[in-house]
Design a protein around this ligand. Sequence first.
Ligand SMILES: Cc1cc2nc3c(=O)[nH]c(=O)nc-3n(C[C@H](O)[C@H](O)[C@H](O)COP(=O)(O)O)c2cc1C
Length: 393
Amino acid sequence: MKRRGFLQGLAGVTVVVVGGTVWRSADQGVFSAGNGPAYEPWSDWRAASESGPLALVRAGILAANPHNTQPWIFRVDEDAVELYADRTRNLGTFDPYLREMHLGLGCAVENMMRAARANGYSAELAFSEGTLGPIDSQPEQARVARIALSEVGPTEDALHDAIPRRHTNRGPYDSQRPVSSAALSSLAAMADDDDGVGIMMFTENQAIAACWQLIVEATEAIIADEPMVTDSERWFRHSWEEVQAHRDGPTLDAAGLSPVMTAIAKVMPRSSAETNHRYWLDATRDVQVATAPAFGLIGVQDLYDRAQTLGAGRIWQRMHLWATTQGLAMQPLNQPVERVDRERELGFEPKAARALGRLVGEADWQPTFVFRVGYPSRGASPSPRRSAEQVLV
Ligand SMILES: Cc1cc2nc3c(=O)[nH]c(=O)nc-3n(C[C@H](O)[C@H](O)[C@H](O)COP(=O)(O)O)c2cc1C
């Protein structure tokens, strides 16, 4: 359905459901954005009554992660926290080598390292080495990182304090307000070349147009790929009950729609996977890339190296936390790299990899994460989280 048709359809439904609106609104949580047990981890992450290594887990679960799958399991000892990848929470054809899963785990590591220092520990991090492979070849639970702790006394950290305020912002950004070159340089300086991770920013018109095209074409390819649509839709939570029961997945509240459109979408019956993904393409093209004043890439030397992927995830989380302290909004738009994985899985011509290679212009540097940054036109809502207790072994 075209956007215009969708809006007209919505207008019709608004009139029809007037009598039932109040009941249905409550049922769908129209007025309850960010409330309920699924959102409590955002407010109780720093329980005053508690100290010790569990604080790392409470920070870790608030990290960015692909499709809000929260693919993590934590083991806590007196002097260490271990992080495991939970293969069962995979995205199938959207992430056939668990590359994005490991980026998300890297994001959790960054939050945990910040929480360690803020809670009085010196922290020594060790990543598991190895190469990422097809989902079925991976163990159901695999240790990816160990953080050894020793008590030294707390350190103040503005990025740690920003953890509960960081949310992916999928709404419009102020396209007339450029991000200063000082801010862009600060973001770009967050990668550590020694870990095999680098950052590239794009602000010139020509490069912005190239990013725009790359992201829109990749989104079009995804919505034409039925297994990808099905695997993505599996995680989407439409109703209030679904959000509170699963406490994961993308939600309408976090989709970046205006408050009115969010309320309308909530009282409508759930659309088909195909229609939902058509809206996603429209929003990507007409709102997200159309209003972005700058794009960026995080790259690695080896796209399927486990430690480099975890390191790239750490960098994304750090950049997003810093952006939060500056009033900047950020959003991953990782469709081009998702297509790189998918074309590889299917043995297709590597069109997406070539297009990304042309943008980057450096053969020994492979993008693993694409994002936009800018000043937000409206705030972002939190996404649901399973509690720390639910993800401990
Ligand atoms: C590896 C990775 C890829 C992601 N790709 C996208 C994306 O393409 N589009 C998007 O809107 N968000 C993307 N996200 C953001 C997640 O959907 C988001 O982190 C998750 O839903 C949790 O929400 P929060 O970041 O607001 O806490 C990505 C995050 C990660 C870590």
